[in-house]
Design a protein around this ligand. Structure first.
Ligand code: SF4
Length: 298
């Protein structure tokens, strides 16, 4: 199957992008594996005619917004994101009406119509920097309440947060993480800012998934406790074969990130599906919000 995928990839002039949370076989066949910010940049820069996006829908939409002339394929059309679906465009419009002086930051984990209502997007890697760059004292931050509270703790602005969350990171409990630490006292705890505040308080570093990869490759520590979706452990182990990586609080998987298989990728390239389209009435504004983010985080 791998050979068939590689052959078709060449014939179609395609590039395969995979998020750090994808299953190991999918990460291994991808041309580029990364976090949302990294993949957004790579999607914008690629010369390939076709992008096969192994991730969830909002990520494929982001790739399409940045590369409107390319064909962007999402191998599993049912790979959504619970967090992105927690806020609608009507919700955000109502919030803007309530806080007319506030600028709006949309985490990339939002659907394209919500991005189109924002002034700028952010990822977990650049959220504080993006918020600080805005010319406003008040900032509406959607949809993740945990990332919003992390930003609030590191920003001079007043953050108005939406009450959304990632069901996967929310399941990582402080008591489980504390128990992991007791069993491995020498291991630094790395946590993703989508985790609850009480988990972040236990962490030695709060980082995006790519930030975690940089940390573990340069740290002198031999083993690490990682509080995020379990898919990242595969990449950490692959890039650092002499170090040990453990899920802080036990492994937690995102069912949507785990949907895409090699056979889905093969089917996707064979039938050129599922072709992601963003309605023209939202594509311009949503694309601007992402491009502004990329410029601000250079
Ligand atoms: S891990 Fe959380 S934020 Fe990421 S796709 Fe899954 S539900 Fe969405």
């Amino acid at each position: 199957m791998v050979e068939e995928i590689l052959k078709l990839k060449k014939e179609r002039d395609a590039v395969i992008l995979a998020h750090n949370y994808q299953i190991p076989e999918v990460q291994d066949i991808a041309d580029i594996v990364g976090d949302s910010l990294d993949l957004s940049r790579k999607a914008a820069d690629t010369e390939a005619r076709v992008i096969v996006f192994c991730g969830v829908r909002f990520m494929a939409e982001t790739a399409k917004l940045l590369s409107p002339k390319k064909t962007v394929l999402l191998p599993r059309p049912d790979a959504g994101c619970f967090m992105a679906d927690m806020i609608s465009v009507e919700d955000l419009r109502a919030l803007k009406k309530k806080h007319p002086k506030a600028k709006v930051v949309a985490y990339v984990n939002t659907n394209a119509d919500v991005k189109a209502e924002a002034d700028i997007c952010c990822t977990s890697a650049n959220a504080v920097r993006i918020v600080e760059s805005l010319d406003a004292d008040e900032v509406i931050f959607v949809p993740d309440r945990n990332l919003a509270s992390w930003v609030q703790a590191h920003s001079t602005k007043r953050i108005i947060a939406w009450d959304g969350f990632c069901a996967v990171h929310e399941r990582i409990s402080a008591s489980e993480v504390a128990a992991s630490r007791l069993s491995m006292k020498d291991a630094p705890i790395l946590a993703h800012p989508e985790c609850r505040a009480e988990v972040l308080a236990l962490a030695d570093a709060v980082l995006s998934t790519n930030g975690m990869l940089d940390y573990v490759s340069t740290s002198p520590a031999r083993r690490f406790l990682v509080a995020t979706e379990e898919g990242i452990l595969h990449r950490m182990r692959k890039l650092n074969p002499h170090k040990e990586f453990h899920a802080a609080g036990g492994p937690k998987a995102c069912i949507n990130m785990k949907k895409t298989t090699l056979s889905d990728i093969l089917e996707s390239l064979t039938g050129m599906k599922y072709d992601i389209q963003v309605p023209s009435d939202v594509a311009g504004k949503a694309g601007d919000a992402i491009r502004l983010m990329l410029e601000a985080s250079r």
